[in-house]
Design a binder for this molecule. Sequence first.
Ligand code: NAI
Length: 388
Amino acid sequence: MIVEPKVKGFICITAHPEGCREHVRRQMEYVKSKKPKACARAKKVLVIGASTGYGLASRICAAFGYGAATLGISFEKEASGKRTATPGYYNTKALEQYAKEAGLYAASINGDAFSDAVKAETIEKIRADFGQVDMVVYSLAAPRRTDRDGTVYTSVLKTTGSDYTNKTLDLQKNEIAQVTIPAANKEEELATVKVMGGQDWAEWIRQLAAAGVLAENAVTLAYSYIGPEITHPIYFNGTIGAAKKDVERTAKQLREEFSALGLKAYVSVNKGLVTQASSAIPIVPLYMCMLYKVMKEKGLHEGCIEQMARLFLERLVQDEVLVDDEGRIRMDDYEMREDVQEAVKAAWDAVTTENLAQYADIDGYFEDFYHMFGFRYENVDYTKDVEI
Ligand code: NAI
């Protein structure tokens, strides 16, 4: 059928199979152009949350940067009737095909990463096909988690303490509006930590280690965000920030718990980018449009693949991985540069609906947004019938 974008709120409910393939192909070509170095630490890589955003870019770097065999876990929907599959489904198929063409092993499991069943299936697959994994990337961004006892925890994107009002971007009308973000109650904050905190990451590592499928001196990574003060009430000091602080505590805990195995557990603080997960956060898209504008003007802009290529091919290959005082890898170094943040802050104070284009890279935002769903690639013929 002919597939067109259908945008509802902050997501697109259709995805283009050929466009998603192009999305993966461009990222793969970028990584190949970086003259990858072989990395002795990562030849067999498990990526949890591997189908979109940072997880997909990580998998592409592992496969086409390190030449690693990859096993990817994600939770995506297949096509049914006239409904297209989700982008992550098409991305995963494309990645597997490109890996196969390159002579690389790539297998994927589609299911709920929080469940014991998927963890057990993953362990079986590793045993049968790999023996052991030497890198585990945890890049889940999930709205909810069903626990072992059947309790469903839902993450919320709220501030903590008291309600918070600031500017936001109404992406449907392209207007600056005011938004008030309600403060979460304790239960909502704890639920967000349960979903987006470090507990499930730790469970993965414990189960992999207990099954003997985690290699000695393996590396494990989880991703976080800090951002500037403008976004602190909604991010760093919000419910999601509480979860990220828990992820940081987990990294320290994992390093201690598995020191005998030589496990290196890192949190990488990445740049704010348009992904399915981040488009859902109020205030953040406006900040991102301004950040894109400033960083593009300064020649510093990076997308998921540029960020992950720098992480995998420049940082992780060092004998001594560069970390900050808290033990975190800082891939947000360009975003947090003083001159960048000063320019964004000035733009933030000045922006109105009337001068939006002067301060915010709305086109860049939408380009990334549509690309995520496989649309607006100039070399894909969207008038052609495609098999969904
Ligand atoms: P995303 O929405 O693009 O990717 C989420 C991935 O998780 C997908 O592969 C999806 O299939 C998978 N997933 C979701 N629920 C699942 C489940 N129950 N079982 C198995 N797989 C499941 O998100 P994004 O933005 O790439 O986020 C990944 C990580 O990076 C998150 O920890 C996020 O907080 C972090 N991060 C994101 C930044 C951003 O600006 N987008 C900035 C810095 C960190």
